[in-house]
Design a protein around this ligand. Structure first.
Ligand code: WTA
Length: 648
């Protein structure tokens, strides 16, 4: 974001007060900030008390060996019991947990908490029969069908950490994740529905399993589309054979509060994805409490819908663990946002709380308000946004067109690493400003600092950091404590560095400015420039590659690549650009496919050999190229711009 846009943003004068009714009846009121400030640990202990524990903790936080935190030390609990059994035991077994909507019209399932308990227990028994025991890792590579939730909760029940890999990732990406966390079992489906047709998933699993030698013992396959699949009798097991007939009784063991719950891989600023480790007690406390707090959830009456795919952290924290621990009734939709389908779902199921990403909102804005205007959206009472900064235009459109000017918007900032929302308005307290995520939630210590780690103070910009541990924080990177320290805790002593730039306005409210490292944000998905560069360079025709995230009206940022071909490749042939785009798709997945690839003779480098991505970004965003004086060869940019001219 340029300084110009930034100063425009900070002059935003519109304020939206919480609706009076919501404010009066809000789950969390203003006093929470002061209460949390006076005793942070007591505040989080109270949040943890909302869960069912086997054994209560002896110590709220052990921070004696930073940055390795332990929360609710000595406590035991089971995440699956908290998300399922306890609601059944409380007499809410008949309550709908999931209104599942398939992509094909009329393909729907309502799953109550009792149903869910039976399904999860059966799946836990089936996984046990396949040899899964506490501590084993299980990979999940599935579409948005109820079985993915069942699979996650069954793993949690057994204490077998799951790693959900987004179904849009390639076989190679899946293989590297399987290998990194030593997954013993993969749960998948034959395929899923996307944009009206069945697309296969199992072949990618077969390829990934092949690549990882004899690591994976079993592949458990849900039949979703009925398409033909290759089958290996010694390894593959149909879900309906293994799970349907299994016993619906499963005695859940209580796990240590710090027992690993899941590993979620995310892009970092180097090529290798990082396995973010979340554990049980703190994660479940942080996600369930903030879900109740930020969305003001009233479990008896609300119908909640988070549109995120379960392959991302939002799907984990605010579709599976947070809402289910709170006993919410929610919508789960298999498809992608097609025209009026979302609004139809909101109308039909009378959704009251809706949580989505700015990129989706901008897409709908482009299609025009006539589409949502054709539906009755008056059931909505609260809207949420996540994944990237929401620009004021999108905020206002969301508020007016979807929220009918009644619904507060909670712009929630957090990360795979933070596990839970850390910055957000409180819907019953905060007067929202379009474009600002406002303040740290009660119990969370956020700051904006300069290069010397000093607070910048109101009216200034800098780096977003976190000063105190929080319950759902990542505990480490899977198998790599050193990288965990280096990545997040080494820049400044005792501060967690989030990788985002931010500004405090005159009121002290926070404006997120996007990443300051080599991570791009495309449609709210994190992609690493280095990872895509390595993918490009792994192509035999490519000598060197540089990737930048260029501003894009719909997706926030778009992947733009500059490549130098090997001499042996000549001019690469007429289809070189398409060939390279496909190659990236194969290596990482369709979301990483560059929007634009330019074949160039040289890349702009400093004298020390560092690629100056800033200049490439100028080209990709069609701007006047900035200062080139630090380039080793200042004529390089002319060569690149010539290329651009001839390509345009
Ligand atoms: C960005 C997604 C501005 C930010 C939950 C962060 C945001 C990265 C917001 C994490 C927001 C997320 N406003 N930026 N409300 N929410 N981000 O790990 O750059 O996929 O560091 O987690 O998304 O992305 P991740």
């Amino acid at each position: 974001m340029s300084d110009q846009t930034l100063s425009n943003l900070s002059r935003e004068e519109r304020r939206f007060d919480p609706p009076a009714g919501l404010a009066a009846d809000a789950n969390v009121k203003e006093e929470a900030y002061a209460r949390a400030d006076s005793d942070r640990e007591a505040f989080w202990a109270e949040a943890a008390d909302r869960l069912d524990w086997g054994q209560k903790w002896d110590q709220v936080l052990d921070w004696s060996n930073p940055p390795f935190a332990k929360w609710f030390v000595g406590g035991t609990l089971n995440a699956s019991v908290n998300c399922v059994d306890r609601h059944v035991d409380a007499g809410n077994g008949d309550k709908v947990a999931l209104h599942w909507i398939g992509e094909p019209e009329d393909d729907t399932r309502d799953i109550t908490y009792s149903d869910l308990k039976d399904l999860v227990s059966k799946a836990a028994n089936a996984l046990t029969d396949l040899g899964v025991t506490k501590g084993d890792r299980v990979a999940i590579y599935m579409p948005m069908i109820p079985e993915v939730v069942v699979a996650m909760l069954a793993c949690a029940r057994l204490g077998a950490p799951h790693t959900v890999v987004f179904g849009g990732f390639s076989a190679d990406a899946l293989a590297s994740r399987l290998a990194d966390c030593d997954a013993k079992v993969v749960i998948t489906s034959d395929g899923g529905y996307r944009r009206g047709s069945a697309s296969a998933l199992k072949p990618a699993v077969d390829e990934a399993v092949e690549k990882t030698g004899d690591l994976v013992r079993h592949v458990l396959v849900v039949r979703r589309t009925g398409q033909d699949v290759a089958w290996d009798d010694s390894r593959d097991v149909w879900w309906h054979d293994a799970v349907d007939g299994a016993s619906a009784d499963h005695e859940a063991e209580m796990h240590d509060s710090e027992h690993p719950l899941f590993v979620m891989y995310t892009s970092g600023s180097t090529g290798k994805p990082k396995g973010i480790l979340h554990t049980t007690g703190g994660y479940l406390t942080g996600t369930s409490f903030t879900h109740w707090e930020v969305f003001d959830l009233k479990p008896e009456t609300d119908v909640y819908w988070c549109t995120a795919d379960v392959g991302w952290v939002t799907g984990h924290s605010y579709m599976v663990y947070g809402p289910l621990a709170n006993g919410a009734t929610q919508v789960m939709y298999e498809g992608t946002p097609e025209k009026g389908r979302w609004w139809q779902i909101i109308q039909d199921l009378k959704v009251t709380i809706f949580y989505t990403a700015p990129t989706a909102i901008r897409t709908f804005m482009k299609q025009g308000r006539e589409i949502p205007d054709g539906y009755d959206l008056t059931s909505l009472r609260l809207l949420g946004s996540v994944g990237e900064p929401i620009n004021p235009e999108a905020y206002i459109w969301y508020r007016e067109v979807i929220g009918g000017e009644r619904c507060p918007i909670v712009d929630t900032w957090w990360q795979t690493e933070t596990g839970q929302i850390l910055i957000s308005p409180l819907p019953g307290v905060t007067a929202g400003k379009p474009g600002s995520a406002m303040k740290a939630l009660p119990g969370v210590a956020i700051d904006v600092v300069n290069d010397e780690a000093q607070s910048v103070g109101n009216g200034n910009g800098g780096y977003l950091v976190i000063r105190e541990p929080w319950p759902a924080m990542l505990r480490t990177l899977w198998g790599d404590d050193q990288r965990f320290k280096d990545t997040y805790w080494s820049r400044w002593e005792g501060l967690y560095f989030a990788g985002d730039g931010a500004k405090l306005d005159e009121d002290g409210d926070i404006w997120l400015l996007g990443r300051v490292d080599d991570v791009m944000n495309v449609s709210g998905h994190r992609l690493s420039t280095t990872e895509i560069e390595s993918a490009l360079v792994s192509h035999p025709k490519v000598a060197e590659a540089a990737v930048v995230g260029a501003a894009d009206e719909t997706t926030g940022q778009a992947v733009c690549a500059f490549v130098i071909l090997r001499e042996s490749a000549g001019d690469g042939g007429p289809d070189i650009v398409e060939e390279l785009r496909k190659h990236v798709q194969k290596e990482i997945g369709a979301i990483a496919k560059p929007r634009q690839i330019m074949v160039v003779p040289e890349l702009p480098k400093t004298r020390s050999g560092k690629i100056m991505r800033r200049l490439l970004k100028d080209v990709a965003e069609h701007r006047e190229v900035g200062d080139v004086t630090t380039l080793a060869d200042s004529t390089v940019m002319d060569l690149i711009k010539d290329k651009e001219g001839s390509a345009a």
